[in-house]
Design a protein around this ligand. Structure first.
Ligand code: SF4
Ligand code: SF4
Length: 127
């Protein structure tokens, strides 16, 4: 099975979003409050999904995402970027390459994290 085509297809199936509408304006990334902790910016994640690049499943970005929806609100192409992040998390779990344990181990500054991230993380870790 060619994983290249599978990633874009599966993300679309899970999220219902058409990532191919993205024209890389970067508004999602400029709106995102979590970029300092991310290894790839949200617009780069969308691009990797478009290309069905396996690297998207190894990125910590979807796990850092706080599901705040700022990107979703600002996307001029109507892409729900937060839903795409959620789809990537689900796909990563299905493929056994998720980042949850690694992130929890590395997070020493829990007190400084925004509350919305903790709520989002709770959903991720229990959903
Ligand atoms: S939903 Fe996630 S990717 Fe989008 S702006 Fe919020 S933290 Fe960033
Ligand atoms: S805001 Fe929308 S169109 Fe612009 S880079 Fe992000 S996903 Fe693509």
């Amino acid at each position: 099975m060619n994983s290249v085509k599978e990633i874009a297809k599966e993300v679309k199936l899970i999220s219902g979003q058409n990532v191919f509408a993205c024209y890389q304006c970067g508004r999602c990334s400029s709106a995102c409050p979590m970029t300092e902790e991310m290894d790839l910016l949200p617009n780069q994640i969308i691009r990797l999904v478009q290309m069905s690049d396996d690297a998207v499943l190894s990125s910590v970005t979807p796990w850092i995402c706080a599901s705040c929806l700022d990107c979703t609100i600002r996307c001029p192409r109507g892409i729900d970027v937060a839903k795409v992040m959620e789809a990537i998390r689900q796909l990563s779990i299905r493929r056994g390459i998720e980042k949850r344990e690694e992130l929890v181990r590395n997070f020493k500054e829990m007190d400084e994290l925004p509350q919305i991230l903790l709520v989002s993380a709770f959903r991720k870790y229990t959903g």
